[in-house]
Write a protein that binds this ligand. Structure first.
Ligand SMILES: Cc1cc2nc3c(=O)[nH]c(=O)nc-3n(C[C@H](O)[C@H](O)[C@H](O)COP(=O)(O)OP(=O)(O)OC[C@H]3O[C@@H](n4cnc5c(N)ncnc54)[C@H](O)[C@@H]3O)c2cc1C
Length: 488
């Protein structure tokens, strides 16, 4: 870090420029106290440093043409490229995948995720003009702002549930849900809470978009809006969960010491949102169509499928290394379990390949990856990922607990750990390092949160499955059944 220089507002940003931007007046709370500086606060600082290192990679001459593109003499993140061909879609996919390999998919909320959505909304901004022509212009301007300043975004789509029965009817409760409390010539004032802003403390901006399932009743109108504001906006407060980065060395906690992307509930204490940052307002039915009709959902799924490929490939590598450590890799049952992870990786690869190869121009002239394979991935990975973690636990067994610390290799018990922790194929230190990594993937707080993330980050599984069912082209298949039943 620190070896690259760059002018702000000129496209891609350096890590140092990003970190400097986080040292603002943001109101972040964690572990019972207000965080003064997220770039220095234990439990948050190393996640910020990791993201800064990733941003610096955009200046690596060997990666530059992959993760950024040139326009009017400036360079911008590839995730901002509006795809006009299948090749552009593939270029975006290659960049998503590259970003994901930097953390082996364990830092899921890299900025390219939200960039995919902002790009899609801007490219199809005419859709927002159905609400008001200014909203389309606002979105185009916002895209330019995010793109030219390389801003890092988080988002919140969900209102907290106060009463499940009420939520089931598609209604929100005014006690907890984010709502408009005042409208002025300059903008709106919102009050309430939203969840869950992954990367919130490490983001520059927050997008507050509607969940896709609003009922069109009058009751819901005050809860219906889409806007984006800076994280340090007055009245905006982030309440973080416990950190999983406990300050351990990279050897002791290979993932949680690097990839802690904090999740936070967001409180809006009478927050003012200027009109120029509003993209939809008071139109539940328009909001419900937005993610699908703009293609934003598909472009986000594209980023996700590339990230999941990198993540599952890494788990395949981990499982193979674990099996080899003790020679279990000759066992047919062990091979069978690892093959399950391989099938998952290869399925995701095939989904990505098909979605990119069959990309087509949408009604706005933007090339859209084919939805169905991406949607299949978004519906199956939340179910398959927990199984992969189970396989790590089944193969790892007590080795996941036989995990002395780095310090034990240079203290009074070094003789014991060097002797009793070795395996046929690995020295003691290499074995402990490998299984500490497996522990961080499958047992630690960090690993458990990854499972929860995979289960839920894209939405409730039953909702996603129901949408998938509705979109699936079933008629021809039903017709075949009917043909058989009706045949003589
Ligand atoms: C680690 C993590 C990171 C996240 N990051 C983000 C983020 O960055 N931005 C963001 O906006 N959101 C984020 N989310 C939130 C995510 O979108 C929600 O968790 C998800 O949509 C489910 O909503 P919920 O948590 O309110 O659960 P609920 O809606 O309470 O659902 C909990 C369970 O109840 C079931 N259920 C709910 N409603 C019904 C119903 N009507 N009928 C039958 N069953 C029902 C669901 O299927 C689910 O299994 C994140 C979540 C996690 C766990």
């Amino acid at each position: 870090m620190g070896t690259v220089s760059n002018e702000l507002g000129n496209g891609i940003r350096t890590g140092e420029q990003y970190l400097e931007g986080l040292r603002d007046d943001r109101d972040v709370w964690m572990h019972g106290e207000k965080v003064k500086d997220v770039t220095a606060y234990p439990g948050l600082s190393r996640g910020a440093k990791t993201l800064a290192e990733f941003l610096d990679k955009q200046f690596d001459p060997e990666l530059q043409d992959l993760v950024s593109y040139e326009e009017d003499g400036k360079r911008f993140a590839t995730s901002h490229l509006i795809p006009k061909s299948v090749d552009d879609v593939k270029k975006r996919g290659a960049a998503f995948y590259e970003w994901a390999t930097w953390s082996n998919g364990m830092f899921g909320r890299t900025p390219d995720y939200k960039n995919a959505s902002v790009m899609a909304f801007a490219a199809s901004a005419d859709f927002l003009a159905e609400g008001k022509p200014e909203f389309a212009e606002n979105m185009r301007n916002y895209y330019q702002y995010v793109k030219t300043n390389d801003k890092v975004l988080t988002h919140t789509l969900i209102n907290p549930t106060y009463n499940h029965a009420q939520a089931k009817e598609g209604k929100y409760d005014a006690k907890v849900a984010l709502q408009v409390v005042k409208e002025t010539d300059a903008g709106i004032v919102v009050n309430g809470a939203r969840l869950l802003a992954t990367l919130g403390p490490h983001a520059d901006e927050i997008e507050v978009f509607p969940s896709s399932l609003l009922t069109a009743s009058e009751d819901n109108v005050p809860f219906t809006f889409a806007f984006a504001i800076p994280i340090d906006t007055q009245g905006l407060r982030l309440i973080c969960r416990d950190t999983y980065d406990h300050g351990k060395s990279h050897f002791d906690a290979p993932l949680s010491s690097r990839y802690e992307e904090m999740d936070s509930v967001v409180v809006f204490d009478n927050v003012f949102v200027p009109w120029e940052r509003i993209f939809m307002y008071r139109e539940p039915l328009l909001c419900n169509r937005a993610f699908s009709e703009t293609g934003a959902i598909v472009h986000m799924m594209h980023q996700v499928v590339c990230g999941k490929l990198a993540k599952v490939e890494f788990i395949v590598g981990l499982l193979c290394a674990m099996a080899k450590a003790t020679g279990k890799d000759k066992d047919m049952n062990v091979k069978g379990m690892i093959a399950e992870a391989m099938w998952t990786a290869e399925s995701i690869r095939a989904f990505q390949f098909q979605a990119e190869a069959l990309a087509e121009a949408d009604k706005f002239g933007t090339f859209l990856p084919q939805r169905r394979p991406l949607d299949t991935s978004r519906n199956t990975v939340p179910k398959l990922y927990p199984r992969l973690i189970e396989i790590i636990q089944l193969l790892g067994s007590s080795s996941l607990m036989a995990t002395p610390t780095e310090a034990d290799f240079s203290n009074g018990i070094v003789g014991d750990v060097e002797k009793y922790f070795q395996t046929v194929n690995l020295s003691s230190k290499d074995r402990v390092g490998l299984f500490r990594l497996a522990h961080d993937v499958a047992v630690s707080g960090f690993g458990s949160r990854q499972v929860l993330y995979e289960r839920f980050f894209f939405g409730p599984q039953n909702v996603m499955a129901s949408i998938y069912y509705d979109l699936y082209n079933k008629d021809e298949m039903i017709a075949r059944v009917e043909t058989l039943l009706n045949s003589e």
